[in-house]
Design a protein around this ligand. Structure first.
Ligand SMILES: [Ca+2]
Ligand SMILES: [Ca+2]
Length: 339
């Protein structure tokens, strides 16, 4: 669609994408801030339509990317960046295959789901999907009824229905490093013949179950955490306390960055295909990958690995640089050298 075209709504930018994507490569829509302080709210429902009525010939090479300008992105916390929020309907209704959605703070709505994935190959990354508890019925966070969907580095909380639901026999999806909290039904749900692969996810505080399969199967699950007994796969952490994992669960001020002593730190598996977290920071900050959307920043950047007295009676300290600091030793504060 070319550089430099400006639109006042997300929908008008989506509608300006060529009808036939064959050979056109990535079609990038970059959403910028509105005036004033964040949240910069776009008060609209967005339809990204494929098929006869919409855009044709999308593929893994020729696709639409909806993202937020780097300086206008959220900081891993709702209300800190560009938001899509409306009290009615599904907020993001995607039936164009291979569409990628990134960096949106998505709030409210009143439909079956806040984000509906209705075409194969869709990706949802670094989004915060939250607070639709007032919907009348249904009201899941992300609903998947198609194949090859990927959900990564997302935080989903205060949801009336399911945080993530994959439903129908043709549906298949991967959820990786997703944090789900306070779903009114199940946190992550796979049903009616769908398959769901879950790695490094945290799902806690669900009214029914944190993870549930119902006439359906998990595939390739590992390194997941739950507050009940349902975290599937290998290397799970079950029956953990949500209050111990996150910086804040205070309603209206939730912060799902990992707390200092969270069991999720370094408990994740090393995954392929991406290497950042919800803050856009490289994984692993320290040691191994963490579970959940946040990779905890290493506070103790340089570890003292040895301490000994020299022949002259001085104290000699050996330091090991923190991994997240690219192997550099960094010394903060005042250093006094006394001889
Ligand atoms: Ca780590
Ligand atoms: Ca982080």
């Amino acid at each position: 669609m070319g550089e430099g075209y400006n639109y006042s709504t997300i929908q008008s930018a989506v509608d300006a994408v060529p009808r036939n994507l064959a050979g056109r490569g990535e079609q990038r829509i970059v959403i910028h801030r509105k005036a004033g302080d964040p949240p910069w709210i776009y008060n609209e429902q967005v339809h990204i339509e494929g098929g006869d009525e919409g855009v044709m010939n999308a593929s893994a090479q020729d696709f639409m990317l909806l993202t937020v300008a780097e300086e206008d992105r959220h900081k891993g916390i709702a209300g800190t960046g560009v938001a899509l929020s409306k009290t009615t309907g599904c907020l993001l209704n995607v039936s164009l295959p291979y569409t990628r959605i990134q960096w949106l703070d998505i709030k409210g709505g009143n439909g079956d789901a806040m984000v509906e994935c209705k075409a194969n190959g869709i990706r949802v990354e670094n989004c915060i999907v939250h607070d639709n508890e007032n919907v009348e019925d249904g009201g899941s966070g992300i609903e998947i009824t198609v194949a090859d969907v990927i959900i990564r580095n997302c935080v989903i909380y205060n949801i009336r229905g399911h945080g993530i639901i994959a439903v129908q026999s043709q549906a298949s999806a991967i959820a990786q490093n997703v944090t789900v909290f306070n779903a009114g039904d199940c946190g992550i749900d796979v049903r009616d013949g769908a398959t769901l692969s879950i790695q490094n996810c945290i799902s806690m505080g669900s009214a029914v179950k944190d993870y549930r399969k119902w006439f359906a199967d998990w595939t390739n699950c590992s390194n997941n955490m739950s507050s009940d007994s349902t975290a599937p796969g290998t290397a799970y952490i079950r029956s953990a306390s949500a209050g111990n994992q996150f910086l804040s669960l205070t309603p209206g001020n939730e912060d799902f960055h990992l707390a200092e002593n969270s069991a999720a730190i370094n408990a994740g598996a090393l995954l392929g295909g991406f290497n950042t977290d919800i803050d856009g920071v490289l994984r692993p900050e320290t040691e191994n990958w963490d579970m959940g959307a946040d990779e905890k920043k290493g506070e103790d950047i340089n570890q003292v690995v040895d301490r000994a007295a020299s022949a002259a009676g001085d104290t000699v300290i050996a330091l090991k640089p923190g991994l997240y600091n690219d192997g550099k030793i960094e010394i903060k504060g005042i250093i006094e050298i006394v001889k």
